[in-house]
Design a binder for this molecule. Sequence first.
Ligand SMILES: [Zn+2]
Length: 238
Amino acid sequence: MNLINHSFEDYPMQTQHVHSGEGVAPTQRKGWKRPYPVKTPWWFKSLYPKRIWHLDRGEQKIYLSFDDGPHPVATPFVLDILKQYNARATFFCIGKNVEAYPAIYNRIISEGHAVGNHTQDHLNGWKTETSTYLDNVAKAGKLIQSALFRPPYGRLRSVQARQLSRYRIIMWDVLSGDFDPSVSPACCAENVLKHTNNGSIVVFHDSQKAWEKMKFALPLVIEHFSKAGYGFSVIPGG
Ligand SMILES: [Zn+2]
C-alpha cells in the first residue's frame, strides 16, 4: 500500500496557523512553526493568476477535491458518500496509486467524477529538476486521462508551469487540513464549513494519513452544504 501523504510543512503558503482566521499578515505569524492558510488569501492567488483557485462565485456550487488516491479504504468511502448525496467531485490521483488500485480508479470514472494528474510519485516541484518533474507528470498522464493537474504540496516552479501549459493547473481556496496531525477531526470540519462558499475548490485527501479526519469531516460538510442548497460538481476538464 502506498501511504504517500502531504506534509503540511511543504505547503507553499506558510503564513498562518490552521486555527486562526483569514487575513492575518504573514509577518505577524512568524512564531508559528507549521503555519499555512486554510483559506487562500486573495493576494497569494494574484501572484499566480493563471492557476485556478476557485470557480464561478455566482453559482451555488462547491468543487470538492481529493488528493493522493486511489486508496483502498478512503476512496471507496468517499465514493459511497458522494453517491448518497448525488454529488460529484474531482480526484487528483498519484500515478503509482492508480497502478496499485486500478479497479478503484475505474470506479471513480464510472461514477461520473473527474480525475486529475498529481504526478506519478508525488514529487515536490521545488525540489525536483524540471525535466525529471515533467517526465513524472507524463508518466502519470499515460494512466490518467485528464486536462487537470494539481502540483503535490502546491509547489510548482514557474518554469515547470510553463511546460505544463496543456493542463489547467488547479489549486484551491479552502484546505481542510486533514493531512495535518495537529488538527482535530472537528477542526478539520470547521475549517471547511467556515471558509467554503460559492465556487470554492476544497481540498481533502483520500489517503492513509488523512483518513481519520476526512471520514469525520466529509459527511458533515456534505450534509451541511446540501441542506443549504449547494450542489457539488466536477472541475471542468477532468
Ligand atoms: Zn498530494
